[in-house]
Design a binder for this molecule. Structure first.
Ligand SMILES: [Zn+2]
Length: 644
């Protein structure tokens, strides 16, 4: 196999969320430390497929398949490690090979975006060139710190200022600038895409500038202009502000989702730095998953515009998130801003409209506290214009509510909402419930949503192999698991446990990888990450074993088992197995008259060792002594073989 840079492997593994990627194939539910779902590699009805976000690994307790994000994609897509690495590298903007053409293009795109950002920023900072933009920023209450934090800039009202700058100083071609979405062509002449606009760089989750948004500062009919989609920028795969928000999102354990750039900037400026925006009005499933990556509680507040388009966006967002709710489970709330039509507007104007005693921050905090659940909001919104106090209204209201109620995936939540609304409309609960069931039947909603995904069941792994040697493999896994349970005595154990004590090649390699990394890792977690990455160089089965070892370690830790006894027992099993493997060969040798007496004595000695010494041994040193003795006897036999 081709060698890949270990730091690249590690960088990609850290940036790729295993839950996010596996969720594209399997519906995962959070359950304790792991996420669980139905295994895509074997047929099952109860989920035994586990994914651990923190460690970046998966394991199926049904069929035994396990590994990291690379191994999962290899198995699911039937691709090689190199192919998967390249795919993920491209997805997260990490270079794999210098010679790769796609990478070279990507690198140029990044370089152009980064340089353009610098160019725009300098023009904003310059009091003369940036005057118009700075005046606009003042009217929007955006301060200098925010300009710096969001790398805001100004695109001058010049035909080809950026093109000239980039071609002259950065030495890139105008064609590349066009491909990066910053130049356009008309009658054979190239011109800047952004002119006389406040520039808001779109920076991805990992801090790379990938595109721009531009707010018109003149009289253009297009108020906001965005970069077109390019190889490094797909609207639906990014959230504006996530690079700055992710820390606060995981700390506060909730996220506020708004619509516009200025909404995000002003929210951050006022301390709500766990705010991000979808680029464009509709939230994509990919974006929804990105939101969940950083929140344990998956609490999302949607704060879209109070106008028609905003409400449509909320409904669309609800639909997308609702789709995901069953798989991942989330707590979605609708944020009703006390004043203003959007977040930016709220921060600008709310002081005039509400009691001055409350600060903007207090007001927003109160609004967050009282934000309704998205279902309450959606149901109320649906019947907003109906007077349901007369019988006509009741029928009309029920007709609008039924489709929404029918879509609620949780049975418990659904019957709860049916009860609440039957009471509210003063109609019979059973009747409403029946209508909802009828609607579900007619529209085929009852189909389990996992149906589609289950269809992508993938090639069955080869299980025979692991079952046959299951007996001693378990023993090997326990011994290796020792290295992932505690940092104590690791180096001592490492020197004590010789690689040849392991029978399977996988275990020998894992032990070697542990040896190579144990001294430089500061913690068990770090050692595991290093071993996992290093195992990428070998085949996918090895990684499976590394994951098995880690899960075994967790099992041992959770059972509070005495590790030294377990290691000792496992070593005994391994030595016994080695004896058992040698015995048949020796018995065959007995036919050889010449050495039969000698071989006979070896056999009886081995049997004696197995029955007595091995059983009685009570520490690792003692066991290893016995092991060496056996080896000596066997090497005598091997010498005989070679002499013949
Ligand atoms: Zn399975």
């Amino acid at each position: 196999m081709k060698e890949f840079n270990l730091s690249t492997i590690s960088e990609i593994r850290q940036q790729a969320s295993i839950v996010e990627i596996i969720s594209e194939y399997v519906i995962l539910k959070n359950s304790g430390r792991d996420y669980r779902g139905l295994c895509p590699f074997h047929n099952e009805k109860t989920p035994s497929f586990h994914v651990n976000l923190e460690k970046g690994i998966f394991k199926c307790f049904g069929c035994g398949v396990g590994g990291d994000v690379f191994a999962f994609l290899q198995k699911v897509l039937g691709k090689t490690f190199g192919e998967v690495l390249r795919d993920l590298g491209a997805r997260y903007g990490i270079s794999i090979e210098q010679s790769n053409q796609a990478y070279t293009d990507t690198a140029i795109h990044y370089k152009i975006c980064q340089s353009a950002m610098t160019y725009y920023q300098e023009l904003l900072l310059n009091p003369k060139s940036g005057q118009v933009a700075n005046e606009y920023l003042k009217t929007r209450d955006i301060n200098h710190d925010s300009c710096q934090k969001f790398n805001l800039g100004y695109a001058p009202n010049s035909y080809d200022g950026l093109i000239t700058y980039l071609t002259k100083y950065i030495h890139v071609s105008v064609l590349d600038i066009e491909k990066a979405g910053l130049a356009r062509q008309k009658d054979g002449k190239y011109y800047d895409l952004f002119r006389n606009r406040l520039i808001i760089p779109i920076i991805n989750e990992f801090g790379k500038t990938i595109a721009f948004g531009g707010r018109d500062l003149g009289t253009s009919p297009v108020k906001y202009l965005n970069s077109p989609e390019t190889p490094i920028f797909t609207k639906g795969n990014n959230l504006f502000g996530l690079n700055l928000a992710k820390e606060k999102i995981s700390y506060a354990d909730y996220v506020i989702l708004v619509e516009g750039y200025l909404d995000v900037i002003l929210a951050h400026q006022n301390g709500f730095s766990n705010t991000v925006a979808s680029l464009g009005t509709a939230l994509t499933p990919r974006q929804a998953k990105m939101l969940f990556k950083f929140t344990h509680s998956r609490k999302v507040y949607l704060a879209f515009d109070n106008d028609q388009a905003g409400i449509a966006a909320i409904n669309r967002g609800i639909e997308i998130i609702n789709e995901l709710v069953e798989g991942i489970g989330c707590d979605l709330k609708i944020l009703n801003l006390p004043t203003g039509k959007d977040m930016a507007d709220f921060f600008l104007h709310c002081d005039q409209d509400l009691p001055l005693k409350q600060s903007k921050i207090q007001q927003l905090e109160l609004a967050l506290e009282s934000a309704p659940n998205y279902l309450d909001f959606g149901l109320n919104l649906a019947i907003k214009d109906i007077d349901y106090h007369n019988s006509n209204g009741k029928v009309q209201a029920a007709q609008r509510l039924i489709p929404i109620l029918a879509k609620i995936k949780s049975v418990i939540a659904r019957s709860e909402f049916i009860k609440i609304w039957a009471n509210k409309l003063l109609i019979n609960e059973n009747d409403l419930s029946q209508e909802v069931r009828d609607y579900q039947r007619q529209s085929g909603i009852n189909q389990p949503s996992s149906h589609k995904i289950q269809a992508i069941t993938i090639a069955k792994p080869n299980l025979q192999h692991s079952n046959k040697k299951g007996f001693y493999r378990q023993a090997e896994i326990v011994i290796l698991a020792y290295f992932f349970t505690s940092q104590d005595d690791l180096v001592y154990m490492k020197s004590l446990l010789i690689n040849e004590i392991f029978i399977s090649m996988e275990s020998k390699i894992i032990k070697q990888l542990i040896d190579e990394n144990v001294t430089q890792s500061k913690s068990v977690d770090e050692l595991f990450a290093l071993v996992l990455d290093a195992s990428s160089r070998n085949d996918v089965n090895l990684k499976n074993e590394v994951v098995n070892v880690w899960y075994k370690a967790q099992e041992i830790i959770s059972q509070n088992a005495d590790m030294s006894i377990m290691v000792l027992d496992s070593l005994k099993k391994l030595i016994k197995e080695q004896i058992m493997q040698e015995l048949p060969k020796l018995l065959l040798e007995l036919n050889n008259q010449e050495n039969s007496a000698k071989i006979q004595s070896i056999i009886s000695n081995l049997k004696k060792i197995e029955a007595n010494e091995l059983m009685k041994a009570n520490d690792v040193n003692n066991l290893l002594e016995i092991y060496r003795k056996i080896k000596d006897m066997l090497s005598f036999n091997n010498q005989l073989e070679r002499l013949k």
